[in-house]
Design a protein around this ligand. Structure first.
Ligand code: PMP
Length: 406
């Protein structure tokens, strides 16, 4: 359905050679590449409209402000948020989660309270909550996974008690690819009166997000994983919660009035946007969303799944001692694997020599690695511009590398 050869023309980086071989970029889970039209928005932001937002009456400042605010309205529609005031721009998913942990957690969590995370969380959905533990004696309870990488929903339900105050889980795992039943997770938490944050970093590039359908209280994602620029992310929060939360950082943009005696804060969303934002990156995120929607997120996902199924089948059939971590039905196009006892780092290094970019290590998910009983894994992950030919190059390289190591 998609013309992948045409799509690839928008990514000059894909023509690069690595060790004199064509680059096969399969590290899309870490960050995806950026198409020409998004890069052009960044260039235009610096060469045609650069002026600080919200403070000027001059034309350039008003243009820059309009670019930023129209991006906010675009994000609102992209995730079907009820209003643009509930869209807060951050540096990324990490900052969005830190904002909620520090502001909501700092204000409302007390000694003896419990929060629920899952074992498949990225460190950025673990450590911000642990920082909170320095201020209050908060217990972190952990949802385990089943053998195929699905969350154990019975165990999840059993974690609730009268002390449970918050749930924070990923929509999709950056290692297992598992897509969690976030709507059900939220419904269960709400039946206990508990709010939920959904870390959508891995979902936003592949899955149509509807925060009202999920009924998420908070939803976070990063632009750089969805064909957009680095350094920009989004936090959606329900208005009722954002209104009662204290500011996360202080500074310009987030105030209504300041005196040494008393400072009052700006309305939403600016209360949570201290300092000059990356307004050029935010405008480029607008273009990245247009790009995804023009291609159709379902078409992107269908293409990625075709590559996932093809590659997974051949890896399993052809490579002796192949172990794939995460086989949940409907998973995202992510393959985490090990071959026999070979070290993930050696495999990654040798694959790189053959032009294949995969990621190795713990993938910022050390608790998950412990649960899987491994130190690290190799991860190949797909985006819209990857091709069947690239999968073949990857598989050939994998044959060579695993034979060599054996
Ligand atoms: N959560 C998940 C599931 C992720 O995969 C990542 C990025 N690897 C993050 C959070 C953090 O995103 P960022 O580094 O863009 O803040």
């Amino acid at each position: 359905m998609l013309d992948i050869a045409k799509i690839r023309k928008d990514y000059p980086i894909l023509d690069r050679k690595i060790y004199n071989r064509p680059l096969v970029y399969l590290d899309n889970t870490a960050t995806s590449q950026t198409p020409a039209e998004v890069v052009e928005a960044i260039v235009s932001g610096y060469t045609r409209t650069k002026a600080n937002v919200h403070r000027g009456v001059h034309t350039l400042s008003m243009e820059a402000t309009e670019l930023q605010e129209s991006a906010r309205r675009r994000v609102k529609d992209f995730i079907n948020a009820p209003s643009y005031e509930e869209i807060i721009f951050t540096r990324g998913t990490t900052e969005a989660i830190n904002l909620v942990a520090a502001s909501y957690g700092g204000a409302f969590l007390r000694d003896g309270d419990e929060i629920i995370l899952s074992v498949m969380e990225h460190h950025s959905n673990i450590v911000p909550w642990q920082l909170l533990q320095r201020k209050a004696d908060i217990k972190i309870r952990v949802i385990p996974i089943k053998d195929n990488g699905e969350l154990d929903m019975d165990a999840y339900k059993a974690l609730f008690n009268e002390h449970t105050r918050f749930v924070s889980v990923c929509h999709a795992s950056n290692v297992l690819g598992t897509v969690n039943p976030v709507k059900e997770i939220v419904a269960i938490a709400h039946s206990h009166g508990v709010p939920v944050l959904v870390d959508g970093a891995q979902a936003a590039p592949h899955i149509k997000i509807d925060v009202q359908d999920i009924d998420a209280d908070f939803y976070a994602f990063s632009a750089h994983k969805m064909y957009g620029p680095a350094g920009v992310g989004v936090l959606f929060g329900k208005r009722g919660l954002l209104e009662i939360m204290p500011p996360y950082q202080g500074g310009g943009e987030m105030i209504e009035s300041v005196s040494f005696e008393k400072t009052t804060f700006a309305e939403l969303p600016y209360k949570f946007e201290a300092g000059t934002p990356d307004f050029i990156g935010i405008a480029a995120l607008h273009k990245a969303i247009n790009y995804i929607e023009n291609l159709g997120i379902e078409n992107i996902a269908a293409h990625e799944h075709e590559l996932l199924d093809y590659t997974t089948r051949r890896m399993t059939d052809e490579i002796p001692d192949m172990r794939i971590f995460g086989t949940a039905p409907g998973k995202c196009a992510i393959i985490s694997f090990l071959v026999g006892n070979e070290h993930h780092y050696d495999m990654g290094m040798l694959l790189d020599k053959l032009g294949i970019a995969v990621r190795t290590g713990h993938h910022c998910a050390q608790p998950l690695m412990q649960a899987l009983g491994v130190e690290g894994v190799v991860r190949a992950s797909f985006a819209v511009y990857n091709t069947r030919e690239e999968c073949d190059l990857f598989l050939n390289a994998l044959h060579r590398v695993s034979e060599m190591l054996r």
